[in-house]
Design a protein around this ligand. Structure first.
Ligand SMILES: [Zn+2]
Length: 223
């Protein structure tokens, strides 16, 4: 995967839609854990058999259930209500310097291979009339990382989510990641990483703002 230069267009499934969708989930009846276990684990048993394994041998007997549980957790972001997560942690503050949260660890799942990709995300914004509780930013990252994703969309969604919630003068997000689908198969480049970024508002329009963010984000990464 090559580094991606931010484009004017948002990818499909923008945050606006996602937030709307999450609002709706509050009234949607989700399957209970038991129904869910039935639905994925039984398919996993077929997958194991298709691989030529005996799904009923000792080591694999409970694997479909464990695998389902792991998958449900790794995709639990679909059920995260962003507004509930933020829980009013938006504060009217007169602060006009850049707010930056660096080195947020994340783990996500590549939607093309269902293999993990993981790395760090740096988030910055220039407040307008309010700020968001700092601890909410890593949780927002998790909400979008715990889905079937591509790195570019994850980066964009985190940026758009902050923009939507905080209404700042601008948002910048940089994502550095390594992909198991590159490391374990195909090109097998163990140390290759991909960097993506999303710059909105002042971060897109003002080179000085963008450069300040880029140097602050790079600063601790090299330590
Ligand atoms: Zn992949």
């Amino acid at each position: 995967m090559k580094p991606v230069i931010p484009t004017e267009k948002s990818p499909a499934g923008s945050v606006k839609e996602t937030i709307e969708m999450n609002k709706n989930t509050a009234v949607v009846d989700f399957p209970t854990a038991q129904e869910a276990t039935e639905s994925i684990a039984s398919h996993m048993r077929s997958v194991l058999a298709a691989l030529g394994e005996d799904p009923h041998r000792d080591g694999l007997e409970r694997t479909p259930e464990r695998s389902e549980k792991a998958l449900r957790f790794l995709t639990s972001g679909y059920n995260t209500d962003i507004h509930k997560l933020v829980n009013g942690a938006l504060f009217e503050v007169k602060y006009d310097e850049m707010v930056i949260v660096k080195d947020i660890e994340f783990f996500s799942m590549c939607e093309h291979h269902l293999l993990p990709f993981f790395g760090k995300i740096h988030v910055a914004y220039l407040p307008g009339d309010r700020v968001i509780g700092l601890s909410k930013i890593p949780r927002i990252v998790d909400a979008f990382a715990r889905r079937l994703q591509i790195q570019e969309r994850l980066t964009q969604q985190v940026a758009e989510c902050i923009q939507e919630l905080v209404d700042p003068r601008g948002v910048g997000v940089i994502c550095e990641a390594r992909h198991f689908c590159m490391m374990m198969r195909g090109v097998e480049k163990q140390h290759s990483g991909a960097v993506t970024s999303a710059m909105l508002g002042a971060f897109r329009e003002n080179k000085e703002t963008r450069d300040e963010f880029l140097s602050l984000a790079a600063y601790r990464s090299t330590h």
